[in-house]
Write a protein that binds this ligand. Sequence first.
Ligand code: PEP
Ligand code: MG
Length: 727
Amino acid sequence: MRNSRKNTCGYLPISSKPFFIPQTPVEQLMMATEAVFKSWNGKRAVDYRNAAGIPHDLGTAVNIVTMVFGNMGNDSATGVAMTRNTGEPGLEGDYLVNAQGEDVVAGIRMTKGIDQLAVEMPEIYKQLQKIAQILEDHYRDMQDMEFTIEKGKLWMLQTRDGKRTAQAAVRIAVDMVEEGKISIEEAVERVSPEQVDFFLHPQFENKAVAEARASGKVLAGGLNVSPGAAVGKVVFDADLAETWAKQGRQVVLVRPETKPDDVHGMLAANGIITSRGGRTSHAALVARQFGKPAVVGVAELQIDLVKRSMRVGDLTIHEGDFLSLDGSTGEIFIGKLKTVDPDIKDPWLIKLLGWADRIRTLDVMANADYPVDAIRARDYGAQGIGLCRTEHMFFESERLPHVQNMIMATRKLERKEALDALLPFQREDFAGLFRAMDGLPVIIRLIDPPLHEFMPDLLRLTNELADLKLQINHAVNMAEIDNLLQQIRTKERIRARVEQLHEQNPMLGLRGVRLSIQIPELTGMQIRALFEAACEVTREGVKVLPKIMIPLTTHANELKRQREVLEKTAGKVMAEQGITIDYKVGTMIEVPRAAMTADRIAVYAEFFSFGTNDLTQTTFGISRDDAESGFLMSYLNQGLLPENPFTTLDRDGVGEVMRIAVAKGRKTRPGIECGICGEHGGDPESIALCHELGLDYVSCSPFRVPVARLAAAHAALRHRSKKKDEK
Ligand code: PEP
Ligand code: MG
């Protein structure tokens, strides 16, 4: 192996200012070497390491070797090749005849596909194939190689593990197990949870694509270098892409070509388009690595970075206009195309996730409120429903009036009428969930949010009232006045109730179990609906495993009281129906007091589920509703907190509170089932902590279930190797 065109962290920086060229080779080498070491701390390198999770203290190295030349005539060439073609065994790559290395990756000249080398230089091609096999067998991973042919002689310049798309990563890992090159554990470890997430990225709706094609909405086409569908506003530089994305806008970064300086913008963008470059260009490699849909080498695009627009033929697209790009087909469409949730039926992924399931010890459940979500969750491998937020069903248009009537009721009978109207809806909701999860546990949480969330907004009501009063002045007859007065009386009654319900701090107010204690009829209706549904589906032959969860418990007495009410109603319904349902009662742990008194709470709870959205809020004392817009972002920017605690569990604080709760709970009730159902349940780092804490399950959105399955396997493997190291 001879020279490498590249050092390990990129090309030597070339300044636009005139600079002194050192005159001796030794001086040149010294300066070049220094430049490489300095580049480790350059902004683009730091951005890249941050995004890829590479530690900053690894450092870099410099190899000094003599050169071979690919530009010594038509029997010379230079190229880049991978040992597997988008995952499939077989060479893939590009090369250029009579050219020097940089030309291939820079995308300045049109490269030839590596298959052409078999025709132009068959002997060299055979040698390259052989060497590729030797290298791949040795490193036990797909290799990304650089080579130069100097006057008919092949020189290998460099080899390294190849970057790959998510699909390729999964396929290569599985194939290598089947080829006997790596173990199942290694295969599972080699795929990151983010790569699994990629399989869940949206694709364009077929109909939308067909319509766009038929109506001439295809702007241009290029190389389909990184799959997936992306929609966003066109932006022509990486800084602006980052700024707009931070403001919540969806962007597509369009550049003539990308450089390492653009990485932050590429990461912020939904998708990337370049007018130059090939499959091994910077844009293609980075996009694939980070799972960003990308189309490169779109030669028809004439980008004018000064005017901040681009032209394709007569059509001009300005910065801020919407484009849609399909990284799987290489097409770019004008405007916004509708996307659909993809199906994860990839046979290699299914196999890999099956192996992950054998390794992990954490169960993976899903947070789902409707049968359609439950079915998806089950398809994605969920082992049950870890959280059904029953109140979500209350917001639907046909139910909300009954919920509002229940809240407005001043007399018991009125309230009962409203709840009786709601009961059939809830019963059907629960029956649907039970049917979808036949044979798997379903954790149903009783109503949680403060009641004002179901009522009209106070400000809106006040404005509507003012408007109605104005209308009286313009009324033309008594009937109209009567009608307006009637409306005013109704709205005033509602406003009075909304004002009555107003709390300065509703998240710490009348919600969760407190609400159930204040309005026992409401939980009574929910329990009745749940048990009637359970009996109904049992009669149909469905195996139902309901678990009832009480939210926001702070004191053991709350749970004791609720349990009594619950058991009484459940017993009554089961007696009426002549069916016995096996059920469990548990609680969410969402406030530190509950965690600190978990031993007492466990007397009345058969399971704990950590509601880490609230537990983070109450442990930090930071409002979860304001977290993303308030000072927390500034804290993160200043490095005061290493991570957003609402995204990744705070190990030292919230994690410790959880640890105490698990230990105390298990002291009272050995083996009490403990899980998590906050948003953290789908975050790989948090899943690792849950594994360490000895939880039994994580519950997350259906779309995160496959990610959580793999992350849980990683956590188990990490834990195993840590234990081995300790021995
Ligand atoms: C939680 O607090 O983590 C939780 C799951 O409940 P919710 O988000 O509905 O408050
Ligand atoms: Mg909560």
